[in-house]
Design a protein around this ligand. Structure first.
Ligand code: DG2
Length: 248
């Protein structure tokens, strides 16, 4: 029997997703298509009668805007919201702002995929004080020396799982339907934890933009259905392929 309901939502397409640029912690807005995806994500939740009672987002506007737009479409714009840097996208280091196709051509398939999808190889660190670094960003002032200059997926798991346990699990245990509006790689980290996916197999998992993924969880907070259920499975399957092929 399910005791908790969790809805995972990767933000709608951002302007940098549309331009095929590594984004990470750079705070870019949604594209027009991304706004439409967020609206449709909310409509899908409403149609499925999957109505969040609390929302957790990252500190990045593409996730914040997606949550606002989707919840408005679902008539749940009024629910409590929690924001935390630990739901941010993986910090993409010195790759932030670089074009994915050009990076693939310059460094080759193996290095490109190592940076994008290996579990424990971070990209080169970003230089503090440069255009796409976050060292002067007030929203991260409390992080001090812990501010990442690059991250691999393992680093994201190490910050995401404590947030899951201390902030999201109590909401689920209280019987709330929880929406997490976040990012491709921060959600991959959470899905890896929830579904117990190996360090190797997680390389093959991609998350589409703007399509809610429903997880019913048992009393041990394990998924009743492995991998959860996308509210629009056909659209999700096509979009997952597109994410996997980015850069090509
Ligand atoms: C993308 C993920 O993150 O890119 O940072 O470029 O979900 O915030 O758009 P998001 C980025 P890939 O790891 O899929 O290349």
């Amino acid at each position: 029997m399910a005791v908790g309901t969790l809805v995972l939502l990767r933000h709608g397409e951002s302007v940098w997703n549309a331009e095929n640029l590594f984004t990470g912690w750079v705070d870019v807005p949604l594209s027009e298509k991304g706004v439409a995806e967020a609206k449709r994500g909310g409509a899908l939740m409403r149609e499925a009668n999957l109505l969040p009672e609390v929302v957790h987002t990252s500190l990045l506007r593409r996730a914040i805007s997606t949550a606002n737009i989707a919840l408005d479409a679902a008539d749940r714009h009024w629910i409590p919201v929690r924001r935390d840097w630990r739901l941010n996208e993986r910090h993409y280091g010195a790759l932030q702002g670089k074009n994915k196709k050009q990076t693939l051509e310059e460094f080759g398939e193996e290095q490109f995929m190592l940076w994008r999808r290996s579990y424990d190889t971070p990209p080169p660190p970003i230089e503090p004080g440069t255009e796409f670094s976050q060292d002067a960003d007030p929203r991260y002032a409390d992080l001090g020396p812990d501010l990442p200059l690059t991250e691999c997926l393992l680093d994201v798991v190490k910050r995401m799982v404590p947030y899951w346990e201390s902030e999201i699990v109590p909401d689920l245990r209280a019987g709330r339907t929880v929406l997490v509006a976040a990012h491709g790689n921060s959600l991959r980290a959470l899905i890896k934890h929830l579904d117990g996916i190996s360090d190797e197999a997680i390389a093959g998992l991609n998350v589409p933009t703007g399509i809610p993924l429903r997880y019913d969880l048992d009393e041990d907070l394990k998924p009743v259905t492995a991998g959860g259920t996308y509210l629009d499975p056909d659209a999700a399957a096509d979009a997952i392929k597109a994410v996997a092929n980015q850069g090509r």
